[in-house]
Design a binder for this molecule. Structure first.
Ligand code: ADP
Ligand code: MG
Length: 349
């Protein structure tokens, strides 16, 4: 289905939240489609958690309105909102077993004991925790506690799931594994999910769309691919991945399209190819730009080789996938850099 045909589940209308003189969220307007996985991404202090707390009902907007399924929820207390929440610190009840933790939200909703058992058993199986159901939270690893927190948020089948830095406390491998788990739970439950993170990789991996926040405002909203490939501003280009911003580069930048006023040319490091100066690869000369530079340093990073190459006034980052038979360049080597003109992007300064 076209995204525009999917009903809007959540809408922020010009929402502002101030704490005394501090505006944590400024004039945020946003629509989340039903079933969508939307991630709010931004540096620390950019207003992500405040945005989520407004949606959860733990905070009230100073200005503007929040609608769920077309109705204003600004006056609805948090416990009346039909949503599952996972915080960074999983906030499991420490004195209750895994099973009792999962039963609690059902008890609150008046679900009968037999039905509770069935539903808890089903979700325990779904998150691979059946064997651990009688343990206390303190007897679980971080990843297991995280799965209990997710299961508890999902057990009452809420239409909305809110996640605040859900994987922040886990180490790298476990984080990747849990990303897969969250993705597949989202798919199975078809639940509208709003996730907050400062981790760009997590945002790119999990999301249908990403909202980039900066100093309380929305900087850009788009799909992961569009955001990475066509960042609107220098801030987004630098926050998502690495970017060569060609500001007074000391050489003429050729581009396929004319450069709009007030923008800077940008190229991603993996779009630049590095060769010995007497070689070239891209065929049609009119589609590429070719410059000569000097290698300043090379970092070997497993599957990648990262060069920094001095060209004119610029120090260009180049990222190359390691392949067999490839030439390796050393500091002070002269090299040829080439890229397609169509890979040049323009970003707001
Ligand atoms: P993030 O989650 O992106 O790190 P937050 O939403 O927590 O950002 O905070 C955004 C800004 O609002 C920060 O400058 C923070 O200090 C401020 N802020 C958040 N909560 C409060 C509060 N309860 N009182 C005062 N200032 C707050
Ligand atoms: Mg936060």
């Amino acid at each position: 289905m076209e995204k525009s045909l999917v009903p809007t589940q959540i809408e922020f209308r010009s929402v502002t939240k101030t704490y005394g003189p501090v505006a944590a969220v400024k004039d945020v307007s946003l629509k989340v489609h039903r079933g969508e996985f939307l991630t709010i991404l931004g540096p620390s202090g950019s207003g992500k958690t405040t945005t989520l707390m407004l949606l959860a009902g733990f905070e009230a907007p100073t200005k503007g309105d929040i609608l769920v399924a077309g109705k204003s929820v600004s006056a609805v207390p948090s416990y009346r909102r039909d949503q599952g929440i996972v915080f960074q610190s999983y906030a499991l009840f420490p004195h209750l077993t895994v099973r009792r933790n999962l039963e609690f939200p059902l008890e609150m909703r008046g679900v009968r004991a037999a039905e509770r058992t069935t539903r808890v058993d089903r979700i325990l199986e779904r998150v691979h925790l059946s064997d651990l159901c009688d343990r206390m939270p303190s007897q679980l690893s971080g990843g297991q506690q995280q799965r209990v927190a997710l299961a508890r948020a999902l057990i009452a089948d809420p239409p909305i799931l809110l996640l605040d830095e859900p994987l922040g406390a886990l180490d790298r491998n476990l984080r990747e594994q849990m990303q897969g788990e969250i993705k597949s739970l989202h798919k199975d439950f078809g639940i509208t999910t709003v996730c907050v993170t400062h981790d760009q990789e997590e945002a790119l991996t999990l999301s249908d769309r990403i909202v980039v926040m900066r100093e309380g405002r929305i900087e850009q909203t788009d799909t992961p691919e569009a955001l990475y490939d066509r960042p609107a501003s220098r801030f987004v280009a630098n926050f998502l991945g690495e970017a060569n911003i060609l500001e007074n580069p000391g050489f003429h930048v050729e581009s396929a399209a004319p450069q709009p006023l007030g923008t800077l040319a940008m190229i991603r490091p993996e779009r630049i190819c590095v060769f010995p100066i007497n070689k070239t690869k891209l065929a049609a000369t009119d589609q590429r730009q070719s410059v000569i530079g000097t290698v300043e340093d090379m970092i070997y990073a497993g599957p990648l080789r990262k060069y920094r190459v001095r060209v004119g006034n610029s120090l260009l980052m180049v990222r190359e996938h390691v392949a067999s038979g490839q030439e390796i360049f050393r500091p002070s080597d002269e090299v040829r850099l080439e890229w397609l003109r169509s890979d040049i992007r323009f970003v707001a300064a």
